[in-house]
Design a protein around this ligand. Structure first.
Ligand SMILES: *Cc1c(COP(=O)(O)O)cnc(C)c1O
Length: 444
């Protein structure tokens, strides 16, 4: 392999360092040794995330082991093209049932008519939404990075790759969302086919009903990107954007939803549903990984049984954690509405060299978090989905807040063993169905 010349010097040297040991010139490939090493790396990663460190990153979660096992149950390499009852291949009687059940559960959890589960990522879910509503060259209005707008909505992401003319919405920093009145003016000017809302940090519910009116005034469609807020919506802690007027809702399924890596596209609109269906297949997927679909179905059952409690504890914990680190002197990003009404909040990180620099520093304290844009500058994003799955609640957030404050202030390596010790009390997953399996009856 050639070290890619377009990478930064840091990335080039890391790639070279990893490759050199196993592919040194003249050495034959040690297939057994590399396979063993990859097994070792998988365990090491599990150890980092599930033993040594605490994940404060809201863009990740730990899966129900039963769902995780289904991803390695011999399903994923069985392509299953077309609709149940008329599959292109044969032998898919069991997989057809899995697909229909997963879609039925998505419809039930998100109270929607037409769910599309053959979506390999949240990024692709957004591409499906763009393709279903726009032609290349059309204008769209999207949230900018200063309020957590995601790259997939930008020129460099799926929107730009599909040829859309991307316009950034004016923002309302007081509510960490778009400025609806100014957005209406922009919409009148650029005549978008699509307006998107929903970001990678969401502190307070967005004004979906007002955006619906703006969209209607210019004949645009409205897409709600719930990659992060899907857990809030599934658990009923936040209003459902589809009820408030969004035409489409997309999401990642591995963040607050706690399911497998993948995406979902949801709509109540028959015409859009049919378009999304055709984009999923024959459009952009052939094999869409039935193992992932089965894992999604099991993860959605957890939401049926425990979703409301899980979402409530995520919010309550985030509120207490934000208060605790603020009391310890950290600059928690506050809007006129407060710091958060969701499972996430942010620390203003400019005084620490930026969000990414602070995240790298916190890694030395065994605390995992990541950077995010704020109207005030650079931020560090903190969330509670994984903490709560491991059994933490508001009652543990003062102690955790103390550890975060200390890790930001001193030599973070001193805090590392105490973080590992703190988390060692939380070994059991919560808000999931354990064997022998779900008890509730689910009309779907
Ligand atoms: C994470 C994220 C995505 C992309 O999700 P993937 O499943 O990782 O592709 C899309 N939109 C937003 C707002 C996100 O935060």
């Amino acid at each position: 392999m050639t070290i890619r010349p377009w990478l930064t010097p840091v990335a080039r040297s890391r790639e070279a360092e990893i490759l050199v040991e196993w592919t040194a010139a003249g050495k034959s490939i040690d297939t057994r040794g590399i396979a063993d090493h990859i097994d070792h790396l998988a365990s090491r990663s599990r150890r980092i995330h599930e033993h040594d460190c605490l994940n404060l990153n809201p863009a990740t979660n730990v899966m129900n082991p039963r769902a995780e096992a289904l991803m390695a149950a011999g399903l994923g390499s069985r392509p299953s093209l077309g609709h149940a009852g008329e599959k292109y291949e044969t032998g898919l009687e069991a997989i057809e049932e899995i697909e229909v059940l997963a879609a039925g559960l998505a419809a039930r959890v998100f109270n929607c008519r037409y769910p599309e589960v053959r979506t390999l990522s949240g990024a692709m879910a957004n591409l499906y939404a763009f393709m279903a509503t726009c032609q290349p060259g059309d204008s769209i209005i999207v949230p900018p990075p200063s309020i957590g707008g995601h790259v997939t909505h930008s020129r460099g992401g799926a929107a730009g790759l599909y040829g859309l003319d991307v316009h950034e919405a004016p923002i309302n920093p007081d509510h960490y969302t778009v400025d609806v009145a100014a957005l209406a003016d922009l919409a009148a000017e650029v005549q978008p086919q699509l307006i998107t809302i929903g970001a990678s940090l969401n502190l307070f519910p967005h004004r979906v009903a007002e955006l619906r009116e703006v969209a209607d005034s210019v004949g645009a469609r409205l897409l709600f990107d719930a990659a992060h807020t899907c857990g809030m919506i599934a658990g009923g802690a936040w209003p459902n954007p589809l009820d408030e007027g969004a035409d489409l809702m997309t999401m990642s399924t591995y963040k607050s939803l706690g399911g497998p890596p993948g995406g979902l596209v949801l709509t109540n609109d028959e015409e859009l549903g049919a378009r999304i269906d055709a984009i999923a297949h024959p459009g952009l997927t052939a094999n869409s990984d039935a193992g992932r679909t089965a894992a999604l179905a099991v993860s959605l059952l957890d939401w049926v049984d425990h979703g409301a409690d899980y979402a409530r504890v995520m919010v309550d914990s985030a509120v207490v954690l934000a208060r605790s680190v603020a009391a310890g002197g950290l600059p928690v990003h506050a809007t006129r509405l407060g710091s958060t009404a969701s499972h996430q909040f942010a620390i203003e990180a400019d005084g620490y060299g930026g969000g990414h620099a602070l995240a790298l520093n916190l890694r030395h304290a065994n605390l995992l978090a990541c950077g995010i844009g704020l109207p005030t500058g650079d931020g560090l994003r903190i969330g509670t989905p994984e903490l709560v799955r491991w059994g933490m609640g508001p009652e543990h957030m003062v102690e955790l807040g103390g550890l975060i404050v200390e890790a930001c202030g001193h030599d973070p390596t001193v805090v590392a063993p105490r973080v590992t010790e703190f988390r060692s009390e939380f070994r059991e997953l919560h808000f999931i169905n354990k064997d022998p399996g779900p008890a509730a009856t689910v009309p779907i």
